[in-house]
Design a binder for this molecule. Sequence first.
Ligand SMILES: [Zn+2]
Length: 95
Amino acid sequence: MLHIYCPHCGEYREEEEFHYAGEAHIARPADPNALSDAEWAEYLFMRKNVRGLHHEMWYHAAGCRKFFNATRHTVTYEIKETYKVDEQPQQGGQS
Ligand SMILES: [Zn+2]
């Protein structure tokens, strides 16, 4: 059983309460109408496929129902840290 620390609830909870919600720290375009089709497609569909530390969003679906970010090692599955969406990670990574 994997336990994930929710930074909003302030405690570890069971993995089944959470849902993965995609890559973190993706810069949303300020003016989508100013983008070319290729730039828009890049924003919508292109994501990193990291082997190592990766910053990703998680959703505490069966708890506080809030989003947060996690730094997870994609090979070992170890979650190094979790932090609120408006915070910066302490651990390195590629996103
Ligand atoms: Zn929570």
